[in-house]
Design a protein around this ligand. Structure first.
Ligand SMILES: [Zn+2]
Length: 72
Protein backbone atom coordinates (compact mmCIF):
# COMPACT_ATOMS: atom_id res chain seq x y z
CA UNK A 1 0.00 0.00 0.00
CA UNK A 2 1.30 3.41 -0.85
CA UNK A 3 1.17 6.45 1.40
CA UNK A 4 -0.67 8.36 -1.27
CA UNK A 5 -1.34 9.00 -4.94
CA UNK A 6 -0.36 12.11 -6.82
CA UNK A 7 -2.59 13.35 -9.64
CA UNK A 8 -2.29 16.58 -11.62
CA UNK A 9 -5.38 18.11 -10.01
CA UNK A 10 -4.76 17.03 -6.40
CA UNK A 11 -2.89 14.50 -4.30
CA UNK A 12 -4.76 11.76 -2.47
CA UNK A 13 -3.19 11.23 0.94
CA UNK A 14 -3.69 8.28 3.26
CA UNK A 15 -5.57 9.51 6.30
CA UNK A 16 -5.89 7.97 9.72
CA UNK A 17 -8.76 5.62 10.24
CA UNK A 18 -9.46 1.94 10.23
CA UNK A 19 -9.56 -0.28 7.18
CA UNK A 20 -13.03 -1.37 6.11
CA UNK A 21 -13.64 -4.98 5.06
CA UNK A 22 -16.23 -6.51 2.75
CA UNK A 23 -16.53 -9.84 0.97
CA UNK A 24 -17.54 -10.32 -2.66
CA UNK A 25 -18.91 -13.48 -4.23
CA UNK A 26 -16.85 -14.12 -7.35
CA UNK A 27 -19.68 -16.07 -8.99
CA UNK A 28 -22.47 -13.47 -8.91
CA UNK A 29 -20.45 -10.37 -7.86
CA UNK A 30 -22.76 -9.64 -4.91
CA UNK A 31 -20.98 -7.86 -2.07
CA UNK A 32 -21.70 -8.31 1.62
CA UNK A 33 -22.03 -5.55 4.18
CA UNK A 34 -19.17 -3.47 5.50
CA UNK A 35 -17.44 -4.82 8.60
CA UNK A 36 -14.64 -3.77 10.93
CA UNK A 37 -12.65 -7.00 10.53
CA UNK A 38 -12.09 -9.59 7.86
CA UNK A 39 -13.52 -12.27 10.13
CA UNK A 40 -16.74 -10.32 10.60
CA UNK A 41 -17.02 -9.64 6.88
CA UNK A 42 -16.57 -13.34 6.06
CA UNK A 43 -19.72 -14.24 8.01
CA UNK A 44 -21.64 -12.97 4.99
CA UNK A 45 -19.94 -15.63 2.82
CA UNK A 46 -21.34 -18.37 5.06
CA UNK A 47 -24.86 -16.96 4.74
CA UNK A 48 -24.47 -16.42 1.00
CA UNK A 49 -23.35 -20.01 0.47
CA UNK A 50 -26.34 -21.24 2.54
CA UNK A 51 -28.69 -19.27 0.27
CA UNK A 52 -26.86 -20.12 -2.97
CA UNK A 53 -25.18 -23.56 -2.86
CA UNK A 54 -22.36 -23.83 -5.36
CA UNK A 55 -21.24 -20.24 -5.08
CA UNK A 56 -17.97 -21.15 -3.44
CA UNK A 57 -15.54 -18.47 -4.63
CA UNK A 58 -15.16 -15.34 -2.54
CA UNK A 59 -12.82 -12.40 -2.33
CA UNK A 60 -12.02 -10.30 0.71
CA UNK A 61 -11.97 -6.58 -0.06
CA UNK A 62 -10.27 -4.17 2.29
CA UNK A 63 -10.38 -0.45 1.74
CA UNK A 64 -8.16 2.31 3.02
CA UNK A 65 -9.35 5.83 3.83
CA UNK A 66 -7.85 8.69 1.78
CA UNK A 67 -8.32 12.44 1.59
CA UNK A 68 -7.95 14.70 -1.44
CA UNK A 69 -5.78 17.65 -0.51
CA UNK A 70 -5.92 20.93 -2.40
CA UNK A 71 -2.65 22.26 -3.80
CA UNK A 72 -1.09 24.83 -1.52
ZN1 LIG B 1 -22.95 -15.15 -5.25
Amino acid sequence: MSGGYRFARFPLVRRSGPLVFRVQCEVCAEIGPQAETGDAAMMWAVLHLDDHPGRELFRELSSTPYRAEPHS
